[in-house]
Design a protein around this ligand. Structure first.
Ligand code: GDP
Ligand code: MG
Length: 598
């Protein structure tokens, strides 16, 4: 395909503003699929992606479009991951394009999540075409939203298109705007191959599929290619594009986006952002911007039923086949037995993996407190170690200082909720950096310790603002903090799965909250059960669960035998979902519920 007839673009949108609906319309309009093949949201093909309305893997679709000028164009639409946890993947997808459609809901206006991606898009020198979507809604205020785009983002709305993806309004105008305003890619077909590995996933039929953007040179079947960062060589056995159905092509030239397969067994061998070159005639320089993605949030996953350990391990292996950004290694806990310490890109990523294990692999799991990675600077010049699990915290005597990761958060909130959001940030040790008002909404910038955000910050933000606040963040490095390990003791025994690292100033509040929660969550036993939170040997909070006096079946008066049997069975059923600590049973829900700060 000649460069002049290629257009590569992504769609930037806040969740629910209509990205998927618009993508489907564009596919339909350009004839990629027959009407009867249009199932809802073609691009989000994982069940969880559909349910949550987010994209986890970058996807592309090649559209053949004959413009009003009579010329045939190849448009590559790149759907990018829609969540802060996958910010690096988003940055690579954007780097593969020359332009973007900025889809904004005409009734909702611009949201924080959108802003973060728009700024990234601007950094990549993209031509951005605003699409004011949902103009069919009675509450639509397209002119107001246009003004917002100009004021907030500083983006001209001269070429903005008013559209309704749902009603099919403005679709031709969008296609024409793409051809007219997004620049064609540049590249040299005669130069050595240089392509970017945009994303990869495991397909049961094809094996590992790699999404690529060719910069220079040509990629074809039978070629020996080299991944420059990984240092590995592979033989290309298939080259193609998604229309959205697989279309095998002879080659991919400069400026093109498509896929390759190369008999690669594991996604872990393919690093997003890596440079692909010709093994025999390599390019001199790799592409800029490569970053090794590393998990930032860790937690333990333990099977409720110890017999499920093997099944859990196999399931984790299977999930990792398709997701190299999550990690796991075996862990033993005094209380929970054998399980795995798992690393994730963020809380949403954790939730997705947890949900898939439960739903697709039918596992009952206990998740321990999520923790960030701390840097422990050891005393006596013994260097720094990374702490992934509070249970592994060295003796405080051996620690010089502890550093924790910080983030910069951008929060967008309607005026009436500002006060409570400020308080929330303040309670979480936030440092306010900026506060501006734009069209009745406040835009806040805060620096926060990641540790204070991973638990329930986002949930709190949403509930305080009744869903109107939006939130986005990126990491800004490590800072020293007065951090201590808090242990929880149930019946005088430490429960390792509940120990956590907290800031000293918050320890007492957190400790009290934890023991109060546990008091409600742990059922009564035949004896008194003390629950304590402690730092080292010092108890900072305590509650006691009173002893159970009567046998559960006593109230049946011995009369109704079947009722008695039912009660006992119910009790047994309950036991299955409990964990025994010494002689105390703790229900599964307690582990997660106790960690919510409320
Ligand atoms: P995404 O999260 O950005 O991918 O958004 P979706 O495409 O999934 O759309 C979110 C919701 O908005 C769905 O219920 C769509 O049917 C609806 N929607 C999308 N575009 C329009 C539109 O132009 N008008 C109206 N009224 N609803 C729309
Ligand atoms: Mg969507």
């Amino acid at each position: 395909t000649p460069l002049s007839s290629i257009r590569n673009f992504s769609i930037i949108a806040h969740i629910d503003h209509g990205k998927s609906t618009l993508a489907d319309r564009l596919i339909q309009r350009t004839g990629g699929l027959q009407d009867r093949e249009m199932t809802a949201q073609v691009l989000d093909n994982m069940e969880i992606e559909k349910e949550r309305g987010i994209t986890i893997k970058a996807q592309t679709v090649r559209l053949d479009y004959t413009a009003k000028d009579g010329k045939a164009y190849v448009l590559n639409l790149m759907d990018t991951p829609g969540h802060v946890d996958f910010a690096y993947e988003v940055s690579r997808s954007l780097a593969a394009c020359e332009g973007a459609l900025l889809v904004v809901d005409a009734a909702q206006g611009v949201e924080a999540q959108t802003l973060a991606n728009v700024y990234q898009s601007i950094e990549h020198d993209h031509e951005i075409i605003p699409v004011i979507n949902k103009i069919d809604l009675p509450a639509a205020e397209p002119e107001k939203v246009k003004a917002e785009i100009e004021d907030l983002i500083g983006l001209s709305t001269e070429h903005a298109v008013l559209a309704s993806a749902k009603a099919g309004i403005g679709i031709d105008e969008i296609l024409e705007a793409i051809v007219a305003h997004i620049p064609p890619p540049k590249g040299d077909a005669a130069a050595p191959l240089k392509a970017m590995l945009v994303d990869s996933w495991y397909d049961p039929y094809l094996g590992v599929v790699i999404l690529v953007r060719v910069i220079d040179g040509v990629l074809k079947k039978g070629q020996q290619i080299k991944f420059m960062e990984a240092g590995t060589v592979h033989l290309v056995d298939r080259v193609g594009a998604f229309r959205p159905k697989i279309d095998v092509l002879a080659e991919l030239g400069p400026g093109e986006i498509g896929f390759i397969t190369a008999q690669i067994k594991e996604v872990a061998q393919t690093a997003v952002g890596d440079t692909i070159t010709d093994a025999k005639r390599p390019t001199a320089e790799a592409l800029p911007g490569f970053k090794l993605v590393q998990p930032v949030v860790f937690c333990g996953l333990f099977p409720i039923d110890a017999n499920d350990f093997e099944k859990l391990r196999d399931s984790l292996y299977k999930l990792r086949l398709n997701d190299a950004s999550f990690s796991f290694e075996m862990e033993t806990s005094a209380a929970l037995g054998f399980g795995f310490r798992c690393g994730f890109l963020g809380l949403l990523h954790l939730e997705i993996i947890q949900e898939r294990l439960t739903r697709e692999y039918d596992l009952d799991l206990i998740t321990t407190a999520p923790s960030v990675v701390y840097h422990i600077n050891l005393a006596h010049g013994e260097g720094m170690t990374e702490l992934h699990n509070p249970a592994d915290m060295p003796d405080p005597m051996k620690i010089d200082t502890i550093e924790e990761p910080w983030i910069e958060a951008t929060i967008y909130v309607p005026d009436e909720h500002l006060g409570s959001i400020l308080k929330l940030c303040q309670d979480r040790r936030g440092i306010q950096k900026n506060l501006t008002y734009v069209s009745g909404r406040a835009q806040l910038t805060y620096e926060l310790p990641l540790n204070e955000v991973v638990f329930d910050f986002y949930d709190r933000l949403k509930s305080i603002s009744r869903g109107y606040a939006s939130f986005d963040y990126h990491q800004i490095g490590y800072r020293e903090g007065d951090l201590v390990k808090m242990n929880v003791l149930v019946n005088n025994e430490p429960v390792d799965a509940l120990s956590m690292i907290v800031h000293r100033s918050a320890a007492e509040t957190r400790g009290r909250h934890m023991v109060e929660r546990l008091k409600d969550l742990i059922p009564r036993h035949m004896f008194k059960v003390p629950i304590q939170a402690a730092i080292g040997g010092k108890v900072i909070a305590r509650e006691t669960i009173a002893a159970l006096r009567k046998d559960v079946t006593a109230k049946c008066y011995g009369g109704d035998a079947s009722r008695k049997k039912k009660l006992l069975e119910k009790q047994k059923e309950g036991k299955k979902r409990m964990r025994e600590y010494g002689n105390v049973s703790i229900p599964q829900e307690a582990f997660i519920a106790a960690l919510r700060m409320g």
